[in-house]
Design a protein around this ligand. Sequence first.
Ligand code: C2E
Ligand code: CA
Ligand code: CA
Length: 430
Amino acid sequence: MDHFPEKHKALVVDDSAFQRHMLSIVCTEAGYLTVLVNDGVEALKALDEMSFSLIVTDLEMPEMDGLQLIRELAEREIKSKVILVSGHSESLLDAAKQLAEQFGLTIAGTITKPYVPENFLELLLDASLVNPEENLHPQYQGEFQGRLSHKLVARGLEHDALIPYYQPKICQETSALIGFECLARWKTDNGKILSPASFIPTAEEYGLMTKFTDAIVQSAFEDLSYWHRRGYELPVSINISTDNFKDIEFPERIMNFVEHYQVPANAVILEITESKVMEEARECLEVMSRLRLRGIGISIDDFGTGYASLKQLQYFPFTELKLDRSYVAAAIDHKPSRTVLETGIQLARNLSLECVAEGVETEEQAELLVSLGCPKHQGYLYSKPIPSEDVIPWTSARFYDTQGGYLAQEGVNLTQPAATPIKKAARRYH
Ligand code: C2E
Ligand code: CA
Ligand code: CA
C-alpha cells in the first residue's frame, strides 16, 4: 500500500550497508522518500508494495544481482528511472546500461564506486531528478555545477547575482590586446561562482533572457565606461540571445546605454551564435541592421556549428566571425576540423570580417591558427575569463598604451600568463 503517494520515492538496492546508507543520504537530501533493500529479491518485494520514481541499484549483489533485477524490471514494465552502480569497470556499467535500454528501461545514469556524494547529486541534477532549491539540503546548494531552479534565477536577477567576467582577445601577430569578451557568471549566496551552463538554460526555458541580457548589458556598459574614462579604450563583446535580436526595441535600449555611459558605439560588439541566427535569420536581420547602422559591431559566434554559407552570411551586417572552440581543439589531429577553420577564415576574408579563434589552449594551436591566416585569438593560453576588477591590473601588467592601441610590454610573453597573482583593485564607479 502506498502511504506517501504525493512524495517522490527512491528505491536503493545494495548489499553493502555502508553504500546503501551513503546513497540513501543523497537521495533524501535530493527530496526523495528513500526505501533501502539488500538485493533484487527484496527490491521486487518493495515494488509489489509501492511505485518508485527512481531506482538506484548496485550490479553486484548476492541472491539476485543487478542484471537479473534489470530483466525483472523490464518484464514488469517498470517505468521508474534507473541509476546503475558498480565497483567494476566502466565498460561493465556501459554494457549493463545498453542491455537495460534494449529492455526498454530508462537509465538516468551510471556511477562507479567508490563514488563521491557530490557526483551522485550532480547526476541527479543532470537527469532533472532534483530541484536544487526546493529539495536540496542547504549544505549542497551551490556546491556543484547543476542547473539553478526557476525561482533561484528569477530571485538572483533581482539581487545582483549575475556578474560579468572578461576574457581578453589578443592579436598574436602584433602582440596587441584587441578587446575583451564579457562572459556571465552567477555568484551564489555563499560566494561560489557558477558558469552559464548552470543558469542560462533555466533563464531560456522560463523566458528570463530579456531580463538577463538587460542586467549583463548594463554591467558591461558600466565597466566599459569605467575603463574608457581611465584611458583603457578597448572594445567589449557581449553575448546576446536571439530573443533580443528579434525585439524591435532592443537597438534603442542599446543606444540609450551608449548615450548614458558616454562610450563610443564602435567599442561595443554584440555576439550571436551562428546556429541560432541561421534558424531565425529573417526575424533577426532588421534589429541587427539597425544596430550596425548606429555603429555597433556584430559578431557571428561559434562559427562551424550552424552551417551558414557565404550566400547567407553576405546578407548579414556582421563585422566579426568567431571560430568555434571545438574545431580549434580538434584541428591539430583532425583534418576535417582544420577544414572548417580554413573555411571560416576564408569566409571572413571574403566578407572583410575580423576573424577570431576561440578556445586557444596551446602554443601548437596558436601556431597552427596563425599559419592558417588567423592571428586573433581568445583562450586559456592567454587568460581565463577574469573578474572586472582584475581587468585594469591584468592589462597594465602586460601592455602599454600606444595612443590608440595596447601593445605587449617588452619581455612579456603573452602565451605564458604571469605567475604572480593579479592585485585586486577596488571596484569604483561613477
Ligand atoms: P561563448 O560565447 O562561446 O564563450 C566562450 C566560452 O569558452 C566561455 O565559456 C569561455 O569561458 C570558454 N573558453 C574560453 N577560452 C577557453 C579555452 O581556452 N578552453 C576552453 N575549454 N574554454 C574556453 P563560458 O563562460 O562557460 O560561457 C559559455 C557560453 O554561455 C558562452 O559561449 C555563451 O554562449 C554563453 N554566455 C556567456 N555569457 C553570456 C551572456 O552574458 N549572455 C548570453 N546570452 N550568453 C552568454
Ligand atoms: Ca561569445
Ligand atoms: Ca563562442
